[in-house]
Design a protein. Structure first.
Length: 418
């Protein structure tokens, strides 16, 4: 087993070195290209670099859609077109990585197949012809593939970080491209995570800006465009890289299973172990995807239901408020009637004058009566301001009995109709 591992590791190392050189060629970026200030020129150079790498690697699946580039100075209307251009570039770079991974897996299986045949022939010459050489290569193959897959995963994550930095640079150039002519930002730094309120001196450029208002306007517009571009582009990049890593994990489990199934049929335990690993990986990813879809649907439905509940609560609150006002008016009217009668009784004594002992009570009753009248007037004004319900202009649905009645009704004579 150790002799087979040494021979197989040498063959796989040669294949891995070839893959690493091709990966460097596919993801190579020229520093002078990223130093440019023109979004269109920089984007075109990056697309040409990806296309040339695809031709050299014999990869024909790179998309070449003729999506329009946003016009210079289009501001917010060109954000969507700029995001589409960056998304296409990132998808092509990820596709090149997946193409190289597939070639790496195929060449690794070919080299392992040759190593197994040569190892069996060599061991058969040393042993007796009647005895079969021991078959213990499955564990060595699995360990070699796992170590190579770990290095591959590390390299893919490093390439993804390069894509992240490339996205930041392209968003900065796109924001400069979308700025109107004559408006220049104070600096080309990316905006912070949260936009800070700009005061009167936020856009001050030390000795460079002639007008503080113009400098603040350019800085605010540049940051706003950058923020919109980054929000949309980084969300797309996150989904793209997550799908790439999940596909890589699935491919790694499937590679181990296929390799052992093709080369180690005399070791069913190892094959069964690889199959179970592949099945568990598939089950985990399907479960997570379905749970994610379900949570998204539940979240959307929860938002809709929350909005409906808020609307229902508002309607019921308005209705209950009206009921409370109506009940209050009934109480106020009854109180107004009682106060009026009580004041009349206090003022209708035989002498025509009010008893001095009843004057404080009479003043209190008159003030309360005035408060009741104020509330009644306010309620009448509120009723006058409430709009009348709009009449329903929808046609009444025609019933089947109406159709029968119209069909059975006799036709009017022509003379009567005239």
């Amino acid at each position: 087993s150790s002799r087979f591992a040494e021979a197989a590791s040498g063959k796989l190392a040669a294949v891995e070195d070839t893959w690493l050189r091709n990966a460097e060629k596919a993801s190579a970026l020229n520093a002078s290209t990223l130093k440019g200030k023109d979004f269109e020129a920089t984007l075109q150079l990056l697309k040409n670099t990806v296309a040339n790498a695809a031709v050299s690697l014999s990869c024909s699946g790179v998309t070449k859609t003729e999506k329009p580039i946003p016009a210079r100075g289009s501001q917010y209307t060109g954000v969507g077109l700029a995001v589409d251009q960056v998304e296409e570039l990132l998808q092509n770079r990820a596709f090149l990585r997946s193409h190289l991974r597939e070639e790496l897996e195929q060449q690794s299986r070919q080299q392992l197949r040759g190593c197994v045949e040569r190892f069996i022939l060599r061991e058969g010459e040393q042993d007796s012809p009647e005895e079969l050489p021991p078959c213990e290569q499955a564990a060595s193959m699995a360990s070699l593939l796992q170590m190579r897959q770990h290095r591959h995963l590390t390299d893919v994550m490093r390439r993804q970080f390069q894509d992240y930095l490339l996205t930041l640079r392209l968003c900065s150039l796109a924001a400069l491209w979308l700025l109107p002519s004559g408006v220049l930002p104070v600096s080309e730094d990316l905006p912070p995570v949260k936009l800070e309120p700009l005061d009167g001196t936020a856009g001050r450029c030390q000795g460079e800006a002639e007008n503080d208002a113009d400098a603040a306007e350019g800085r605010f517009l540049y940051r706003t465009l950058c923020q919109q571009l980054l929000d949309r582009t980084l969300r797309i990049l996150s989904d793209l890289q997550r799908d790439e890593l999940l596909a890589l994990k699935r491919a790694n489990a499937a590679e181990q299973r296929l390799t052992l199934q093709q080369l180690c049929q005399l070791e069913p335990d190892q094959i069964e172990k690889a199959q179970q690993l592949d099945l568990k990986e598939f089950e985990a990813q399907v479960t997570l995807r379905l749970l994610s879809d379900a949570e998204r649907q539940i979240t959307d439905e929860h938002k809709k239901q929350t909005c409906r509940v808020s609307q229902d609560v508002e309607l019921q609150l308005v209705q209950y408020k009206r009921e409370v006002q109506e009940a209050e008016q009934v109480i106020v009217q009854e109180r107004h009637k009682w106060l009026t009668n009580r004041i009349v009784v206090l003022q209708s004594n035989g002498s025509g004058t009010v008893n001095p002992n009843d004057r404080p009570l009479l003043s209190r009753l008159r003030a309360e009566l005035q408060a009741c009248e104020v509330k009644m007037e306010a309620y009448k004004r509120d009723l006058a301001m409430v709009p009348a319900p709009e009449p329903c202009n929808e046609p009444r649905p025609r019933r089947h009995s109406d159709e029968l009645a119209s069909a059975q009704a006799p036709l009017a004579p022509l003379a009567l109709w005239q």
